[in-house]
Ligand binder design. Structure first.
Ligand code: DD3
Length: 322
C-alpha cells in the first residue's frame, strides 16, 4: 500500500527528531550505555526514580553514574494538545458513570526529565539512598565542637557554584544579578525546575561573597545582603514570571546541601522538597531574628534531620549528643 504524503512527512519528521534527540544525548551522556546496578530511591508520589548505574561497565568496572528520572507536571497550555494527539486510548475498567484508561502519547508529548550526575562519587550514591532519619538538636556549642570541624574536614566540591558566579556555566540562565561583591547575588533557576510550568517554580539566589557557609555564620552584618536577596529576588521573579511576591516561599536550609550561602525561592502552592519544618528557615524570619539579636544564629539551638549513614550523625553519636 502506498504511503500518503502526510504519513511519509510525519514518519520522516519523527525519524529525524529521533536521531537528533539521540545525537543530543550522545554528545553529553551515553544513556544507552548506562546499565542499572541499583534503585537508590523511588517515589510513587513524586513520580521519580533514582538509579545508580555504570557506563561502559557490563563487567562492573565502569564509571559510576546517578540517573534521576522524573515525570514532569502538566503544562496547562499543552493539555488540549494531549487530548487531540494521543495515539491510543485503552480502556482499563468501566463501572456505571466511571471509567479509567491508559492514554498513550506521541514521544514529544511524553518527555521525562532526566538528571545525570556523572561521574558520581560514593557520596552521591549515599545521598540518594533511602535511609532512616534522626533529629539532631545542635546547640551553638555543638556547632563549634562537632559540626564546624566536620564541615572543615570534608572536601565538598562547590565548583559548580563558582562556575555560576563566574559565568563559566549556566550564564544564559541567570534571571537577575546584583554584582556587588559583598551584598550582591545571582538568581538562577534550580536544577529541579525545568521552567516549563510555574506550578513547581524553584530558583536559588547564590551570594557573591565567599565563605558564608550557612545560617550559622549569619550575623547582623549580613542584613544588607539578606535584604537585597529578599527584595530584589522577589522583584525579579515577579517581573519575569508574574508570580506575586506574597506567593513565594523564600527560605534557607539548615543543614544546607552545599556550604556556600544560598536562598531558595519556591512557589507557595508547591510542596517543594526540603521545605519541611526540620529544614527550612524563612528568610523573613531570619532577617527579623538578626535584627532582634545580631548573634542569634551563633547562640540558638537548631534542629535538623540526619540520615542514618551520614558521617555527621556518627560525630554527634560519638559526642553523646544523640
Ligand atoms: C546537586 C545541589 C547540586 C546532584 C544534583 C544537584 N541548580 C546543582 C550543579 C549545578 C545545581 C542546582 C548536586 C549542581 Cl542533581 C548533586 O545542585 C546546579 N545548577 N541545584 C543549578 N541551577
Amino acid at each position: 500500500m502506498a504511503e500518503s504524503p502526510s504519513a511519509k512527512r510525519k514518519r520522516d519528521e519523527n525519524g529525524a527528531a529521533e536521531s537528533q534527540d539521540k545525537a543530543d544525548a550522545a554528545s553529553s551522556f551515553p544513556l544507552a550505555e548506562f546499565s542499572v546496578c541499583k534503585v537508590l530511591r523511588e517515589s510513587a508520589r513524586d513520580k521519580t526514580i533514582f538509579l545508580h548505574g555504570q557506563v561502559n561497565g557490563a563487567s562492573g568496572d565502569g564509571t559510576d553514574a546517578v540517573v534521576i528520572l522524573e515525570k514532569t507536571p502538566f503544562q496547562e497550555e499543552n493539555v488540549a494538545e494531549l487530548l487531540q494527539k494521543y495515539t491510543k486510548l485503552q480502556l482499563q475498567m468501566s463501572n456505571d458513570i466511571y471509567s479509567t484508561y491508559c492514554l498513550y502519547l506521541p514521544p514529544e508529548l511524553n518527555e521525562i526529565k532526566t538528571t545525570v550526575v556523572y561521574p558520581a562519587t560514593e557520596k552521591h550514591l549515599q545521598k540518594y539512598l533511602c535511609q532512616e532519619v534522626y533529629l539532631i538538636q545542635e546547640t551553638g556549642e555543638d556547632y563549634k565542637t562537632i559540626t564546624l570541624p566536620f564541615i572543615q574536614s570534608q572536601s565538598f566540591s562547590i565548583q559548580w557554584v563558582y562556575n555560576i558566579l563566574e559565568k563559566k556555566a549556566e550564564a544564559d540562565r541567570i534571571i537577575y544579578e546584583n554584582p556587588d561583591p559583598a551584598n550582591g547575588f545571582v538568581l538562577i533557576p534550580d536544577f529541579k525546575w525545568d521552567q516549563k510550568q510555574l506550578d513547581d517554580l524553584y530558583l536559588i539566589a547564590i551570594c557573591h561573597c565567599r565563605g558564608i557557609k550557612s545560617l550559622r555564620d549569619l550575623t547582623a552584618d549580613h542584613l544588607p545582603l539578606l535584604k537585597n536577596i529578599s527584595q530584589e529576588g522577589k522583584e525579579a521573579i515577579v517581573k519575569r514570571f508574574r508570580i506575586a511576591g506574597a506567593q513565594l516561599r523564600v527560605y534557607l536550609h539548615y543543614q544546607p546541601s552545599y556550604y556556600h550561602l544560598h536562598v531558595h525561592f519556591t512557589a507557595l502552592s508547591y510542596d517543594a522538597p526540603g521545605c519541611s519544618v526540620e529544614r527550612a528557615h524563612l528568610l523573613s524570619d531570619v532577617i527579623d531574628n538578626l535584627e532582634f539579636d545580631a548573634q542569634y544564629y551563633q547562640k540558638r539551638t537548631l534542629t535538623f534531620a540526619l540520615r542514618a549513614d551520614e558521617p555527621l550523625l556518627k560525630k554527634f553519636q560519638d559526642a553523646g549528643r544523640v
